[in-house]
Ligand binder design. Structure first.
Ligand code: DGI
Ligand code: FE
Ligand code: FE
Ligand code: FE
Length: 188
């Protein structure tokens, strides 16, 4: 499917704010891909589509996530926010015909990250958090770090998300812990 057709469909599936966020994530992902020698076309599609499942209700989220081929554990079931990545990878394939496994994984794991995440997965993880409509305390520092050192930026972003989730008493998904430990061990 052409990018313009995907955009039209996303406008139907998402609310205005989420659509604007998706375009912002797409643009950031392309810039990061150019900076770090990743395929800009893949980054464009993954960034645009990453939140395709964001506006589904709980039952739709669970149905789509279960069909994604990704193992849905109890933490994901109890923190439904965590289902929109896996559900999104299923919808990306079904609605838009996306078959590229790296793009599908970047969508599936954009909320938690995971150990051994690919360059594209890191780019989408970071682009999601630094796109222009995002506002949180250290976002400007994260924006700068992203173009300096992608892996350090992923760790910074994870630290930020972990603090956010802990402050709200949420469950931490182990994928984020594995990803963060893996990235920090690689640095040293
Ligand atoms: O979909 P977005 O809002 O663009 O961003 P996202 O997919 O990165 O994250 C959505 C939410 O998921 C965000 O409010 C933080 C939350 N989240 C991320 N990791 C975890 C988490 N929530 C829980 N409970 N556990 C996590 O490990
Ligand atoms: Fe998301
Ligand atoms: Fe994210
Ligand atoms: Fe997002």
């Amino acid at each position: 499917m052409k990018i313009e057709q995907i955009k039209d469909k996303l406008k139907e599936l998402l609310d205005e704010k989420r659509y604007v966020h998706s375009i912002g994530t797409m643009e950031c992902a392309v810039k990061l891909a150019e900076r770090f020698d990743e395929d800009a076309q893949k980054a464009m599609i993954a960034g645009l589509v990453h939140d395709v499942a964001k506006c589904l209700d709980r039952q739709q989220l669970l149905n789509c996530a279960l069909k994604s081929g990704i193992v849905i554990d109890n933490i994901m079931r109890s923190q439904i926010e965590l289902l929109h990545g896996p559900a999104g990878s299923y919808l990306a394939r079904k609605l838009f015909g996306i078959e590229d496994v790296d793009i599908l994984n970047a969508i599936a794991y954009h909320t938690t990250g995971r150990e051994n995440m690919s360059k594209l997965e890191k780019i989408i993880y970071v682009a999601d958090l630094i796109e222009p409509s995002r506002q949180f305390e250290h976002v400007e520092r994260l924006r700068e770090k992203s173009f300096e050192n992608l892996e350090k930026a992923v760790v910074m972003a994870m630290d930020n998300t972990l603090k956010y989730v802990i402050d709200r008493g949420g469950l931490i998904h182990p994928n984020t812990i594995y990803a963060r430990n893996w990235l920090i061990l690689r640095e040293s």
